[in-house]
Design a protein around this ligand. Structure first.
Ligand code: ADP
Ligand code: MG
Length: 236
């Protein structure tokens, strides 16, 4: 009985992982397809588009690589990168998606340096997931506000939408693998994002009010492995 349970748990994990991989590579694949279609329609090669396609291919390569890392644990390499750069790249990348849904992204970034040790592709994935959720929460359009602040020991990123919001019960369940209220949702975005933020020793919190909107708040330490930082963060 115990063995059976262990085996089914394992299968469950494998299934979750497979769904996770599919979810993570669908975004860059969609972009790649879009840009390839553009080349086909216009019947000529646009070098700028080729560059975007190459960088999306690189993303897929990195994501697949990450799952190989999971399969064979080794240290993820953190580099110093400015959170403002990472987020403005994501926001530019999501701008056409936002436009299609009548969503305007408003950015309010601090002038202070926001360099943190991070795996920038993982953080990009987090912000893509959060922005996608914000856009999907506003079927009639609206604003998404992205605020970046530098605190004593953290960079704070706040993403606020004017969407459908969540009731208490939904708020409790988000982050559970496969929990989704969407017809085409995977229910993996928040779980994957929380895992990534945890691996950066950060915090991710969601607050929401039904029919008013949702705020996602992410805190990322400016320096690696400072146990005091989380204590500071939870007192904020
Ligand atoms: P998916 O987007 O595939 O449903 P996620 O893990 O990204 O999976 O989100 C899980 C659920 O959390 C969503 O189905 C939705 O119910 C809720 N949710 C997440 N972000 C928001 C948001 N900004 N506004 C309202 N609901 C949200
Ligand atoms: Mg999502």
């Amino acid at each position: 009985m115990e063995e059976l349970m262990r085996r089914s748990e394992k299968l469950n994990t494998v299934g979750q992982l497979a769904a996770g991989v599919a979810h993570e590579i669908r975004n860059p694949l969609t972009t790649l397809r879009g840009f390839l279609q553009l080349q086909e329609y216009s019947n000529k090669l646009n070098l700028d588009h080729v560059r975007v396609m190459l960088s999306e291919l690189e993303r897929i390569n990195l994501i697949v690589g990450e799952f190989l890392i999971l399969a064979k644990p080794q240290a993820v390499k953190f580099k110093m990168r400015d959170v403002r750069d990472i987020i403005s790249e994501v926001s530019a990348f999501m701008s056409s998606e936002a436009l299609m849904h009548n969503v305007v992204i408003k950015e309010n970034y601090t002038k202070d340096d926001c360099c943190i040790p991070c795996e920038d592709n993982q953080l990009k994935q987090v912000f893509i997931n959060v922005l996608k959720n914000a856009i999907e929460a506003m079927p009639n359009g609206g604003h998404v506000h992205i605020a970046i602040q530098r605190l004593a020991n953290h960079v704070s990123v706040q993403v606020t939408d004017e969407g459908i919001g969540m009731d208490e019960e939904t708020l409790q369940r988000i982050g559970d693998p496969f929990f989704t209220v969407k017809e085409n949702g995977t229910g993996l975005g928040i779980m994957v994002s929380q895992k990534i933020i945890q691996s950066h020793q950060g915090l991710m919190e969601l607050s929401s009010q039904l029919n008013v909107g949702t705020t996602v708040r992410i805190l990322l330490p400016l320096q690696e492995d400072r146990t005091t930082q989380l204590a500071e963060a939870s007192n904020l």
